[in-house]
Design a protein around this ligand. Structure first.
Ligand code: F6R
Length: 603
């Protein structure tokens, strides 16, 4: 959802900025740009399209500078054109700004600036900022004071970075949008996310809302909006630079699908002891006061919530799952005994953060289940539990779904023990199955027929995904993955709902993927027959033991036998591969699907 970056060094910054921008492209790829301080002059280059086209414009050798800012855009205000690309400048062209987020009061600010004679050249909300600073520079004692004064007037969410002609510093601040400082040996970085500069440094400071940072060749200084100095902790990232590379795969999505065995192992590590769950963050009794659990999440994370809601419900924990964007609009009742769990890979999704804020304001206890240490969700919630998946770069979430389900299953065991006073039924076999899950994912990856089926069904006009219980969450997730990267029509339903409407759409051109954990087999067989009666081809995604379903289906994607609560994780891997191979066969932009961006930091 737009990525911003900055680099301050002794030597030329252009290459580092381009690397950071390329590493940030998963946040938006409509247009890209950068501003370099070349001697004392600010030089801006920007263009519609991906960072690659920017790169072609700037690598002819005539652009250099030690200090710079960069931006890769996911359009909110104004279409993806050269004019709307960042950086934006003031009337003099001496102040350049990059911004991630939305400035809600930009209309009023623009009107008053125009009334005072400022000329705007773009449709963006961002452009108000350089014009405001242009005015404030004449009124404030220093550039830092002018910058602070401008950002203090902004409403909405922002992470902004600025360079000014003749001033060898980068000024930056955040409120509601992420911004991380990277401390290299002889240079410093700013970015919306750590993978941007991970190949240069793993020493990071997660800036907090209201922080203002000034980077100069000599170091950095963090203050609040009144200019009072602040201390922030330097953290060492455990992610390695290779984690954020493709490692021989054609796409990040493929690499991340294949990383799932490792991701699941990491999620489990040190958290299971025999038939007990040992969450360091939550010793027994941590949830003794909890009477109800609500998951709030978006997209794939919402589906992980749906999946685990089924498990917790069966284990006697009152639980519900909510779209975060809807939760903020009409939240269900909560009190001090309600645990609201924000499930969010990035920890920066604006809708989820807002739902958590609403829940907290109403007195609920909040918990972030996230991949990113130092993310807004992790910092703002009462507690955090990390899914430990490593960086996920592909816009389509894959490994983090498996890590979320694994982590939520462990959390669910702990919750159920505290809420009901006893361990869940069959926990020994479930925990043991969880420990074998990585090898089972490996065997799915090694022997999947998904690529073959992707080719067989590539001309289908519609793709339905159906399932019951936890498999419903995976049916929804299968459909989301399929539509987002193939651009083909796909929908996920509870299998029993088909006959209540969607069946009207089933023809020979509608492929139906029936996801089965093994438990709900006979009812699913009836649903499959309903589809086949209307000439729809059915692919069963099921364990080999689900023989009656596998026999009746037109095609199959099988998974190894495991605990029925975990079969849908394996089925999901098959569906990820199906989506991936379908998208490749259709020539889609797998890692950067159109109109989408990872980490949606606007509501
Ligand atoms: C789908 C996808 C999105 C995200 C959603 C929530 O593949 O990636 O649907 O799952 O935007 O993001 P997080 O989990 O970062 O809150």
């Amino acid at each position: 959802m737009c990525g911003i970056t900055a680099h301050v060094a002794e030597s030329d910054s252009l290459r580092s900025l381009l690397t950071c921008l390329q590493n940030l492209e998963y946040r938006g790829y409509d247009s890209a740009g950068l501003a370099l301080l070349n001697g004392s002059e600010v030089r801006v280059t920007k263009s519609a399209g991906e960072v690659e086209s920017l790169k072609q414009r700037v690598t002819n050798g005539d652009l250099e500078g030690e200090i710079g800012i960069g931006h890769t855009r996911w359009s909110t205000h104004g279409p993806p054109t050269d004019e709307n690309a960042h950086p934006h400048t003031d009337c003099t062209g001496k102040i350049a700004i990059v911004h991630n987020g939305i400035i809600e009061n930009h209309d009023q600010l623009r009107e008053s600036l125009q009334a005072r004679g400022h000329t705007f050249t773009s449709d963006t909300d961002t452009e108000v900022v350089p014009h405001m600073i242009e005015e404030l520079l004449g009124q404030c004692e220093s550039t830092a004071a002018a910058f602070r004064s401008a950002v203090d007037k902004l409403e909405g969410s922002y992470a902004v970075a600025m360079v000014v002609e003749g001033d060898h510093r980068v000024y930056a601040s955040r409120s509601g949008s992420p911004l991380v400082l990277g401390l290299g040996e002889d240079s410093q970085y700013l970015a919306s996310d750590v993978p941007a500069f991970l190949e240069f440094t793993n020493q990071v400071i997660y800036l907090q809302d209201g922080d203002v940072v000034v980077l100069s060749p000599d170091g950095y200084r963090i203050t609040d909006l009144d200019g009072r100095p602040l201390e922030r902790t330097v953290e060492t990232m455990s992610w390695s630079p290779e984690d954020a590379q493709k490692r021989g795969h054609d796409h990040f999505m493929s690499k991340e699908i294949h990383e799932q065995p490792t991701a699941i192992r990491q999620a489990i590590e040190g958290r299971i002891d025999g038939d007990d769950v040992t969450l360091e963050e939550f010793p027994p009794g941590s949830f003794a006061d909890v009477e109800a659990v609500q998951f709030v999440a978006c997209g794939t994370s919402y589906h992980a919530g749906l999946y685990c809601e089924q498990l917790l419900g069966e284990w006697g924990v009152p639980v519900s799952t909510h779209f975060a964007s809807e939760y903020a609009v009409s939240s269900p009742p909560v009190d001090g005994n309600t645990l609201v769990v924000g499930v969010t890979q990035s920890g920066e999704t604006a809708d989820t953060l807002e739902a958590l804020r609403v829940a907290s304001e109403q007195g609920a206890r909040t918990l972030a289940v996230t991949n990113v240490v130092g993310s807004s969700a992790a910092r703002k919630c009462d507690d955090a539990l990390f899914i430990r998946a490593g960086p996920e770069i592909g816009v389509a979430a894959t490994k983090t779904f498996s890590s979320q389900v694994t982590t939520l299953t462990l959390l669910g065991e702990r919750l159920a023990r505290d809420v009901t006073g006893s361990p869940t039924e069959g926990h020994e076999s479930r925990l043991s199955a969880l420990q074998s899950l990585p090898e089972q994912v490996e065997s799915v990856l090694a022997a999947s027929d998904a690529e073959q089926l992707a080719h067989r069904y590539r001309d289908s006009r519609s793709h339905f995904f159906i399932g019951r219980g936890p498999s419903f969450g995976v049916a929804r997730e299968g459909a989301l993955k399929f539509k987002e990267i193939t651009y083909e029509h796909a929908e996920g339903f509870p299998a029993g709902e088909l006959k209540h409407g969607p069946l009207a759409l089933v023809t020979a051109d509608t492929t139906v993927f029936a996801v089965c954990s093994g438990r709900e087999e006979s009812k699913l067989v009836s649903n499959v027959r309903e589809v086949q009666t209307r000439d729809g081809p059915v692919v069963a995604v099921a364990p080999r033991s689900a023989s009656s379903l596998l026999e009746v289906a037109d095609d199959t994607l099988t998974v190894p036998a495991t605990h029925p609560d975990l079969v849908p994780v394996l089925a999901n891997v098959q569906l990820q591969l199906l989506s991936y191979h379908s998208a490749v066969a259709l020539g889609r932009s797998v890692d950067k699907p159109r109109n989408l961006a990872k980490s949606v930091t606007v509501e």
